[in-house]
Design a protein around this ligand. Structure first.
Ligand SMILES: [Zn+2]
Length: 170
């Protein structure tokens, strides 16, 4: 992946292996200005790798939120228990801390994983819609259990409260 040196006097571009970028502990020394930095921090703060889209029953986009590399907590907009992606919604069935989207880069491509926050496992649940359109055209909702992590595909549908989300890669 291409990374830009965070030293604003330098801003050299360099190619760094994906597995090094995904590791928060990796330090890189810029070959130009010799400053040391963590590529994970740059990517997780700046680079959008996907979009979490709020959709209606007809799958039409209502709202969207950027997804960055790393683990980000999604929940209803609030000030007492803030999270990385706060959904502005009237839906009271979305918990303030509802589910995690975990994003990483694998072979240059963003991969997304879904985990439920423990309060939603006990509460209203986080559901993944599984589409069996190739097997008779029905879909089923799977309720995530504690510590269960499911890999998402582009277009995967997540249900939290009465709200439906879709994942899109950039
Ligand atoms: Zn530099």
């Amino acid at each position: 992946m291409q990374i830009q040196c965070p030293n604003t006097a330098c801003n050299a571009r360099m190619i760094v292996q994906d597995k090094l970028v995904n590791n928060p502990a990796t330090n890189i020394k810029c070959p130009i200005c010799k400053q040391t930095f963590k590529p994970y921090e740059i990517i997780s703060q700046t680079k959008n790798v996907g979009v979490l889209v709020v959709v209606d029953e007809q799958d039409k986009e209502i709202d969207k939120y950027n997804i960055k590399v790393g683990k980000q907590l999604v929940g209803r907009y609030n000030e007492t228990s803030p999270c990385e992606i706060m959904i502005k919604s009237e839906d009271k069935f979305i918990h303030r801390n509802h589910f995690y989207i975990f994003a990483q880069i694998e072979n240059g491509v963003a991969e997304f994983y879904l985990e439920s926050h423990p309060s939603a496992v006990k509460g209203n649940g986080t559901f993944l819609e599984i589409d069996y359109s190739d097997r008779g055209g029905y879909s089923q909702q799977h309720r995530l259990t504690l510590d269960e992590r499911i890999k998402l595909k582009s277009g995967s549908r997540i249900i939290a409260g009465k709200t439906k989300f879709s994942i899109r890669t950039m």
